[in-house]
Design a protein around this ligand. Structure first.
Ligand code: G3I
Length: 375
C-alpha cells in the first residue's frame, strides 16, 4: 500500500480512532466508497484558515524527490532549518553573502504556492567563525543593519514572516528582564533587539515580524518565569513603538514526562492576542527519548502529545500557523542531539523514515480539522 493509498484509506475513515496504534488503518474490505482527496495537513489547515507546514532541508529537497513531493503535498508554509541564519554558509566573510540556498528555497516555495518563513536574523548560536574576531561595539550596529538590509531586502515582499529575534530570553543568566547574555547583547546592549525589528520593518514592510522562543509551553515554575520575561519583552517593545507582529512559540515538546499544556500557555496566548499580536507555532516536534523502545507505544505517546497540545493551542484563534520542525523522522535534528539512551532513532515527526504517515500525522490532522475557522 503506497502512502497515498494509505492516507486515502485513513482519511475515508475520517478519525484517528480508527487508525490502530501501529499507525496502519484496519483493512477496509467491505465498503466501496469514492476515493476522497488525499488528506493533507496543508489542505486541512487551509480549510480552517491555518497555515500548516514544516521546516525543510534544502539539500534533501534537491537530492530526494520523494521528500520534495511529501513537502509539496503537506506544507502550505515552509522554513529552512538553517539557510537563512547568520552562519558561515550564508556569510562566508564580513563582506560576502551566499544566497544559493535561500534563493532555491524561495523559488521552490513560490513554484508550489507555499508561504515562506525567514529564520532568523539574530541568534546567539551558529555565528560565523569570523564573528568574534571581527565584531566590535563600534561596528556591530552597522553589521547587524547591513545583514538585515541585504538578506531581508533580497526577498522583500516574498516572506510571510521573519523570526527577527530568536531566543533572547534566558532567565538563568540572571540579567534584568531575564535577557540572555548573547554575543549581540555584549556588543550593543539590550537595544540590539529594537534595532533589528526596526530595520526589518523598514526593509520588508510586508513581512510579519516575529519574536521566537522555546520553553514557554508547559506548566511549572521554569516555563512560567520564561513566559513572564517574554511577555515583558513584548510589552516593552510595544510601549517603545518597536514594530513586532507576532510571537513564535517553538513547541519543542517531550512525550513521557507528564508535561501539561494548559492554563499558563493559554493565558499567554490570550494576552498576546489582546495585545493585537498573532501566534505562530514555529518548530513543533515531540521528543520520544523518555519513552520505552517499542515503536507502537512510542508512536502512541508522541501522537498523544501532538493531539493534546494542538487541540489546546489551536483553540485560540490568534494562532495562525503551525509548522513542525521537519516532516519526516528520516532527517530530524533530534538524532544529532543527546538523544535516546537505547540509541534508536527518534520518532518525533508526523511521517516516519519511509515517509509514511504515523499516528502523530493523524493527531495533527484531527487537531487541525477540529480547530475553529480563522478569518
Ligand atoms: O553546514 C555545516 C557543514 O558545512 C559542516 O560540515 C557540518 C559539520 O560541522 O556542520 C554543518 O552545519 C550544521 C548545520 O546544522 C547544518 O546541518 C551545524 O554544525 C549544526 O549545528 C546545525 O544544527 C542546527 C541547529 O539549529 C543549530 O543551528 C539544526 O540543523 C537545526 O535543526 C537547529 O534548529 C534550531 C532552530 O534554529 C532554533 N530553535 C531550536 C532548533 C533546534 O536546535
Amino acid at each position: 500500500m503506497t502512502r497515498r493509498q494509505f492516507v486515502e484509506a485513513a482519511s475515508m475513515m475520517g478519525a484517528v480512532g480508527l487508525v490502530e496504534l501501529s499507525g496502519c488503518a484496519r483493512p477496509h474490505d467491505q465498503a466501496v466508497l469514492p476515493a476522497p482527496p488525499v488528506a493533507s495537513l496543508r489542505e486541512v489547515g487551509a480549510s480552517r484558515g491555518i497555515l500548516a507546514g514544516c521546516a525543510i532541508q534544502i539539500a534533501r529537497l534537491r537530492d530526494t524527490p520523494a521528500y520534495a513531493q511529501l513537502v509539496r503535498e503537506q506544507a502550505g508554509i515552509v522554513v529552512e532549518e538553517n539557510a537563512f541564519k547568520f552562519t558561515q554558509r550564508l556569510r562566508p566573510s564580513p563582506t560576502e553573502f551566499f544566497f544559493g540556498d535561500t534563493d532555491y528555497l524561495v523559488q521552490f516555495a513560490e513554484a508550489n504556492g507555499m508561504k515562506v518563513r525567514g529564520h532568523n536574523f539574530v541568534w546567539h548560536r551558529s555565528l560565523p567563525a569570523w564573528f568574534d574576531g571581527y565584531m566590535t561595539p563600534a561596528n556591530a550596529e552597522a553589521v547587524l543593519v547591513e545583514h538585515i538590509e541585504r538578506v531581508g531586502g533580497r526577498y522583500a515582499g516574498r516572506i510571510h514572516s521573519w523570526d527577527v529575534m530568536n531566543e533572547a530570553i534566558r532567565v538563568e543568566d540572571g540579567l534584568p528582564g531575564g535577557m540572555r547574555d548573547t554575543p549581540w547583547r555584549k556588543l550593543l546592549g539590550d537595544g540590539y533587539i529594537d534595532s533589528a525589528f526596526r530595520t526589518a520593518r523598514r526593509v520588508d514592510p510586508k513581512a510579519l515580524l516575529v519574536y521566537n522562543d522555546y520553553g514557554i509551553e508547559g506548566e511549572g515554575d521554569k516555563p512560567a518565569a520564561k513566559r513572564e520575561a517574554v511577555m515583558a519583552l513584548l510589552r516593552g517593545m510595544q510601549q517603545r513603538g518597536v514594530p513586532v507582529d507576532a510571537l513564535g512559540v517553538q513547541s519543542h515538546l517531550d512525550a513521557g514526562r507528564g508535561d501539561v499544556y494548559g492554563p499558563g500557555l493559554m493565558a499567554m496566548l490570550a494576552e498576546v492576542r489582546a495585545m493585537g499580536l498573532k501566534v505562530l507555532l514555529t518548530e513543533m516536534d515531540v521528543n520520544d527519548k523518555w519513552l520505552a523502545s517499542p515503536i507502537p507505544a512510542r508512536d502512541a505517546g508522541v501522537a498523544e502529545v501532538y493531539g493534546n497540545y494542538l487541540k489546546t493551542t489551536l483553540a485560540d484563534p490568534g494562532v495562525i500557523a503551525l509548522l513542525t520542525w521537519g516532516i519526516t523522522d528520516r532527517y530530524t535534528w533530534l538524532n544529532g542531539e543527546a538523544s535516546r539512551s537505547d540509541k534508536l532513532p527518534e520518532r518525533d515527526l508526523p511521517f516516519d523514515v519511509q515517509l509514511q504517515p504515523k499516528p502523530a500525522f493523524f493527531a495533527e490532522l484531527e487537531a487541525l480539522r477540529g480547530a475553529p475557522r480563522r478569518g
